[in-house]
Design a protein around this ligand. Structure first.
Ligand code: DNO
Length: 363
């Protein structure tokens, strides 16, 4: 397992690269050019700039999250071909600067969704929270405005440029079903995966978060069965998954340990975090500790250990603790604690396997 940490760029993140380097066992950043609109080709100078900044701090840039997919591609409009060409050129450029994994998602209009970015936890900490009934009855326009107004920094995936066309986007998605989305995803994969393979890059689709339809928009990357279908759409090591335990774990029917065993070598990138799901389906992003949530983090790390996982991982989100002022979910403190928890589990399993091996050898 190669540990990484998401970083939003100079002037755009509260955490300096030098602090990331001080987290034990953390060797790289997970990055993006957050201001380049979906569909545009990434400028090579900007990628070189991030590479230099990271390398000066002793960190690698192997993982990009995300290169966003233009809505016309998800909608299957004729204009998609132009955006796909730009996407391919971006893949090639990223390959040429040494990137190994590109994370992306195929969620219509919205990326991840929460109703409260600072839900008090009763101990001075706050965390990201999702209230089912609020989404079910919400006007998406108002909700997005309210939530962004309460945060100094825009959430990733909620960039103003993406959301300014909400009305026409909702209009465009009328009549678009899951079947259309699958077809459009297949078309996209057929175009980009050969380019990724040639560029030494593994594409890694992120699950939908939460893993169910919202605001009447279809969502397909939601379950083990659907990921199985996804991997068959294009059978190549370059067509992989970002297995996000928190996104999938919001649905207690998802057995993430089983997914790790089934999809193992098609998972180049793991997001490992916990959530606590309540009986009414609401959920909060707790600490990484297994007992604090409803996702079996110990079992997940054990599964990665047991399959000999050599891919990249990140602690994903954290709570906001010790009065840290940071992007929602993306502070230093709780993510660093999360990393130490994950390494603690990992090293414990490594040790146990070595000790058992000794015993077996001696018997
Ligand atoms: C949220 C993230 C998502 C993720 C995208 C991948 O923190 O996990 O925004 O980056 O869905 O494309």
């Amino acid at each position: 397992m190669q540990m990484t940490f998401r970083w939003f760029g100079e002037g755009n993140d509260t955490v300096p690269l030098s602090y990331i380097k001080q987290i034990p066992g953390t060797d790289g950043i997970v990055w993006s050019l957050h201001d380049v609109p979906a569909g545009e080709e990434w400028p090579i100078e900007r990628t070189m700039e991030v590479k230099q900044q990271a390398e000066q701090a002793g960190l690698h840039i192997d993982v990009v999250e995300s290169v966003n997919v233009h809505e016309d591609i998800k909608l299957g409009l004729p204009s998609r071909d132009l955006y796909i060409e730009n996407y391919k050129r971006t893949i090639e450029k990223l390959g040429s600067v040494g990137v190994k994994v590109i994370c992306y998602n195929f969620m219509p209009i919205f990326d991840w969704l929460r109703t409260d970015l600072h839900r008090p936890m009763g101990n001075g900490a706050t965390a990201l929270f999702y209230e089912n009934s609020r989404i079910a009855n919400a006007d998406p326009f108002q909700l997005v405005e309210e939530i962004n107004a309460n945060s100094a920094l825009t959430m990733p995936g909620w960039e103003p440029e993406r959301l300014q066309h909400l009305t026409s986007l909702f209009e465009a998605y009328k009549g678009v079903t899951e079947t259309h989305l699958w077809e459009n995803l297949r078309y996209f994969l057929n175009e980009i995966i050969p380019v990724a393979a040639r560029s030494g890059i593994r594409m890694a689709i992120h699950p939908d978060d939460p893993p169910w339809p919202v605001f009447g928009l279809p969502r397909i990357m939601t379950s083990q069965e659907n990921f199985r279908t996804f991997l068959k759409l294009y059978d190549s090591p370059s067509n992989g998954i970002t297995l996000c335990s928190g996104s999938l774990g919001a649905n207690p029917n998802n057995d993430i340990v089983s997914m790790i065993h089934e999809f193992g070598d098609r998972i180049p990138f793991a997001h490992i975090r916990n959530v606590r799901v309540y009986e009414n389906g609401d959920f909060i992003e707790t600490s990484h500790r297994t007992q604090d949530g409803t996702v079996d983090i110990s079992g997940i790390v054990k599964a990665y250990h047991d399959i000999g996982f050599t891919g990249y991982a990140r602690p994903d989100h954290g709570r906001h603790i010790w009065d840290e002022q940071c992007r929602p979910g993306y502070g230093l403190y709780d993510r660093a604690l999360g990393i130490m928890y994950l390494w603690g589990l990992w090293d414990g399993y490594v040790h146990a396997a070595a000790t058992n091996g000794d015993k077996e050898a001696g018997s």
